[in-house]
Design a protein around this ligand. Structure first.
Ligand SMILES: NC(=O)C1=CN([C@@H]2O[C@H](COP(=O)(O)OP(=O)(O)OC[C@H]3O[C@@H](n4cnc5c(N)ncnc54)[C@H](O)[C@@H]3O)[C@@H](O)[C@H]2O)C=CC1
Ligand SMILES: N[C@@H](CC=O)C(=O)O
Ligand code: NA
Length: 426
């Protein structure tokens, strides 16, 4: 039997999938006994289909794919939560299996998608939605299933990791680093999702849902991106023996799920500190297995297409064997989300202030007023009349830190808007 594939989206990831299919179709038959055929592709860019030699099966309308009775698997690679949601839900309702790389969709409408799949008796696979080419969803759903997972955390956005690496190691400016990441096909259509942390937040929502068997959505994740981070912070961190990474963190705690994304200072010796460029790494701790770490390219055409095609072949195998969905939704529990204000950690905070007598004393008074103990304070001259003042605190409560920042930001001699705030993990 030939399993027929319809592909919606022929951009970075879709194009990579077409390339893999064309290169390895015979190998899939020989090694796996799986015969797959790409029968229709759809996008807003017919020139992409032509560039991948599939102009003859191109359609501009996704309904030509979801309504085609001979198609077994619909691959959604357009992104976003509007048309993509229609493609996925309509495909399932029409009795197709679905493979998607869409973390925004799975982190916001995951329950609806999985319920629709269950009602239709079809599969939804989304390995590429987290960590690009790194296998992480499949290990959580299969190899690690015997564990109670306590922690899943890591670097899950290739764009920002690439930018932070270029800024720290090559002194590159923020805008230039972002342009490079976009040119490499790492960034989302709207890179705000990357730099403001929403892409990483969607990914940790997906991972936390699977790891803790409890639905976590994008809206549950406290999110802060890298747009306030400047090379000054990266340099200051280096001077203290730290590196700055955008970490996605999810811990199971007695009070609920602690889930967040924010720039984080980690010691230069930490196992995540050497994960650079577009690479991602996800650290998972289970009660039986202990510590595990998954590493690889988190974005880009080949890595993402590798994960998508892995799902396609697995689902195609099930279609060929006539077996139904093997693993559907695993969210059996309803754990609360821990409010971020309850966090207790160390903080790095940089303010830009006028170089005037009395400013530092006023700031010190505010720290003391909220019982936030300062570990170190360093003053860096910026221009003649302004200075950067960098504080590192002892362990403090998030709500107290917020109050300190708000009050200091209100002082006349504090110049910038929000200060640079980086949480410190030891
Ligand atoms: N680029 C990457 O490294 C990775 C991307 N992803 C995800 O994969 C998905 C696709 O991303 P990219 O390939 O990077 O995007 P892209 O922007 O390169 O390609 C998007 C494709 O969707 C098509 N499209 C957009 N709206 C459409 C519509 N209404 N009807 C039909 N086609 C439409 C476009 O014409 C284009 O062919 C997204 O969900 C993204 O989050 C996941 C892992 C890595
Ligand atoms: N924009 C994402 C692409 C993969 O999910 C990233 O940079 O990691
Ligand atoms: Na993956």
């Amino acid at each position: 039997m030939t399993v027929k594939i319809g592909l919606v989206g022929t951009g970075t990831v879709g194009g990579g999938c077409i390339d893999i299919l064309q290169k390895h179709k015979q190998d899939f038959q020989r090694h796996l006994g799986v015969d797959v055929e790409l029968v229709r592709v759809c996008s807003r860019n017919p020139e992409q289909a032509a560039a991948h030699n599939v102009a003859d099966i191109f359609t501009p309308d996704y309904r030509d794919i979801v309504n085609d009775p001979k198609i077994d698997i619909v691959v959604e690679l357009i992104g976003g939560t509007t048309v993509a949601r229609n493609v996925v839900l309509e495909a399932l309702a029409a009795g197709k299996n679905v493979v998607t790389a869409n973390k925004a969709l799975m982190a916001t409408h995951g329950q609806e998608v999985l319920d629709t799949a269950a009602a239709a008796g079809k599969e939804v696979a989304f390995e590429a939605s987290v960590g690009g080419g790194i296998p992480i969803i499949d290990p959580l759903k299969h190899s690690l299933i015997a564990n109670e997972i306590g922690t899943v955390m890591g670097i899950v956005n290739g764009t920002t990791n690439y930018m932070l690496t270029r800024m720290a190691d090559n002194g590159m400016g923020y805008e230039d680093a972002l342009k490079e990441a976009q040119a490499n096909g790492f960034a989302e259509a709207d890179p705000t999702a990357d730099v403001e942390g929403f892409d990483a937040a969607a990914k940790i929502a997906i991972l936390a849902s699977i790891a803790f068997n409890s639905r976590v959505t994008l809206a549950d994740v406290y999110t802060s991106g890298i747009s306030q981070i400047s090379p000054v912070d990266l340099e200051a961190a280096r001077g203290m023996g730290y590196v700055v990474k955008l970490l996605a963190i999810a811990h199971r705690t007695p009070k609920g799920i602690d889930v967040r994304v924010h720039p984080t200072m980690i010691p230069a010796t930490h196992q995540l500190a050497t994960v650079n460029g577009v690479y991602n790494a996800i650290y998972v701790v289970g009660d039986a297995v202990g510590e595990t770490m998954f590493f690889g390219a988190g974005a880009g055409s080949g890595p993402a297409a590798s994960a998508v095609m892995g799902d396609v072949l697995e689902v195609a195998r099930h279609v060929q064997q006539g077996v139904g969905p093997l693993v559907g939704c695993t969210c059996t529990d309803q754990l609360p989300i821990l409010p971020v204000d309850e966090l207790q950690m160390k903080y790095y905070i940089r303010f830009t202030v006028s170089d005037k007598l009395g400013v530092l004393a006023a700031m010190a008074g505010i720290f003391a007023q909220y019982n936030v103990s300062v570990h170190s304070v360093v003053q860096h001259s910026k221009k003649e009349s302004t200075v950067d003042v960098v504080y590192v605190t002892h362990v403090a409560k998030e709500s107290d830190i917020k109050a300190v920042i708000e009050e200091i930001a209100g002082l006349d001699d504090v110049l910038q808007g929000p200060p640079s705030l980086i949480r410190v993990e030891e």
